[in-house]
Write a protein that binds this ligand. Structure first.
Ligand code: AMP
Ligand code: MG
Length: 436
């Protein structure tokens, strides 16, 4: 068995004391094995789930050629005839078609049919002139319009134009969004196969931590990481298993890690992974896990443990889980989660993750930055009247100041090799909000 420790040493740029963020991301990606179990769910329950197999369209959508406008459908030959005669087009209205109520007859070359948006294009017709371009004809049952009012074939939606029968409408690995639920419904599909949800257990470590409802005595703090982690996991639609606060005591910590490994695919902890006296995670995991300890070239979020643990008493015994020991500082937890953990959880969920989108913005301030590490500063981005993006770093950039995350609406991403940023210089930003 290749151990993770051996594996990570072979990666280019491996430096356990200052591992670049892209190298860390590349290592963790290698260990993300997707869950294999699949379940059938009703369409409404499929939102944010990961599609387990391609969806091949069983029908054409739309199923018939239909009108894109309210107007009159007619055969395109009428346009050519009018143009060569140098006159307008005059057609007799043979009937009407509404969405859901097709016109049953055949249309002669000098006829048209009144059509509403979504109505089937009657047989013999292939072009629709919008009603606002039409005027009454010489008698009550005819209409007139200019020969150049529309191009041949205009305003007709073709059968299969949205989705063609036999083609893949959605690919396996897709995280189903609002539009996908509608799209599946348009195919008449009411139930889909999705991967089972990834199970992620998490707990906080630290003797100073108090849970909500407990009194706050001298030197103690409320455990906020568990709530941030719960929320971030919820957003990824995984099964989040909250295992509470675990004291800084090796035996208790070991029992907690073992039981977490027994019940989850991935175990996340916060705190206890740096080099302080009560940071037991390190010693402990060396004995019953296969874990690499890294100091990432990243700020915040420098200390990180990553590896595999088992529910049994030594590596390889019992049920396995992937393990991330995140830093304790609240902002560092969030940065490490988004930059290192998120993609792995998506991969393990069976999804095909897309990189988080970045845009560029002019910095309203100079930002001090040392080359040789990636920084994720908290920023407030806004667009000016000309549509240009600007970003201002939040006041405190300390990794303990969680209010900086609530105040911010983006990360300012300062790359590994970048140095100090001047006022007005363009920087990459990652907006927190997505749309669909
Ligand atoms: P540690 O990495 O355990 O040394 O923790 C670093 C800092 O983060 C300390 O100030 C801790 O009190 C704080 N911290 C650790 N875990 C949590 C938590 N779950 N909620 C809030 N603060 C925490
Ligand atoms: Mg601690």
């Amino acid at each position: 068995m290749t151990t993770l420790n051996e594996f990570s040493r072979c990666v280019a740029q491996y430096d356990p004391h200052a591992l670049p963020v892209p190298a860390a991301q590349a290592i963790v990606r290698q260990w993300a094995a997707p869950v294999t179990a699949v379940e059938r769910v009703a369409l409404r329950d499929a939102l944010d789930r990961v599609l387990a197999a391609d969806i091949v369209s069983p029908i054409d959508v739309p199923s018939h050629d239909n009108s894109a406008m309210d107007g009159y459908a007619f055969p395109r030959a009428a346009l050519a005839a009018a143009q060569s005669g140098g006159s307008g087009v005059e057609l007799t209205v043979a009937g009407k078609a509404l969405a859901g109520h097709p016109f049953a007859g055949r249309v002669a070359p000098n006829q048209c049919v009144r059509v509403m948006t979504g109505a089937c294009i009657p047989e013999g017709c292939d072009t629709v002139v919008p009603q606002e371009l039409v005027e009454p004809g010489t008698d009550a049952s005819s209409v007139r319009f200019a020969a150049d009012a529309v191009a041949p074939g205009a305003n007709r939606r073709l059968a299969g134009e949205d989705l063609a029968r036999g083609h893949a409408a959605l690919r396996a690995g897709r995280i189903l969004r609002a539009s996908d639920l509608g799209l599946l419904a348009s195919l008449g599909i009411g139930e889909v196969s999705v991967r089972r949800r990834l199970r992620v257990a998490f707990f906080s470590t630290g003797d100073e931590l108090r849970s909500l409802g407990e009194p706050l005595d001298a030197g103690s703090v409320y455990d906020s990481n568990r709530y941030t982690l719960f929320a971030m996991l919820r957003r990824l639609n995984v099964d989040a298993l909250d295992l509470g606060v675990v004291r800084d005591e090796p035996a208790v910590l070991e029992a907690a890690l073992r039981s977490a490994a027994a019940s989850a695919d991935v175990v996340l902890t916060s705190g206890g992974v740096s080099v302080g006296e009560a940071d037991f995670t390190k010693q402990l995991l060396r004995t019953f896990g296969d874990v690499a300890f890294w100091s990432l070239a990243m700020r915040p979020g420098r200390p990180l443990a990553f590896g595999r643990i088992w529910s049994g008493e030594r590596p390889g015994v019992g049920l396995p889980a992937l393990f991330f020991g995140l830093p304790g500082n609240p902002v560092a937890v969030m940065v490490a989660f988004y930059q290192i953990v998120r993609e792995v959880l998506l991969l393990m969920s069976g999804a095909t993750p897309q990189p988080l989108p970045t845009i560029h913005a002019a910095s309203r301030q100079a930002i001090r930055k040392r080359a040789g590490r990636t920084e994720f500063q908290r920023g407030i981005a806004e667009q000016d009247a000309h549509g240009q993006w600007h970003v201002t770093p939040t006041g405190s950039q300390s990794s303990g100041v969680l209010s900086s995350m609530s105040e911010a609406n983006c990360f300012i991403v300062l790359g590994h090799d970048e140095g100090t940023i001047d006022e007005g210089e363009r920087v990459a930003i990652m907006l927190f909000d997505g749309l669909i």
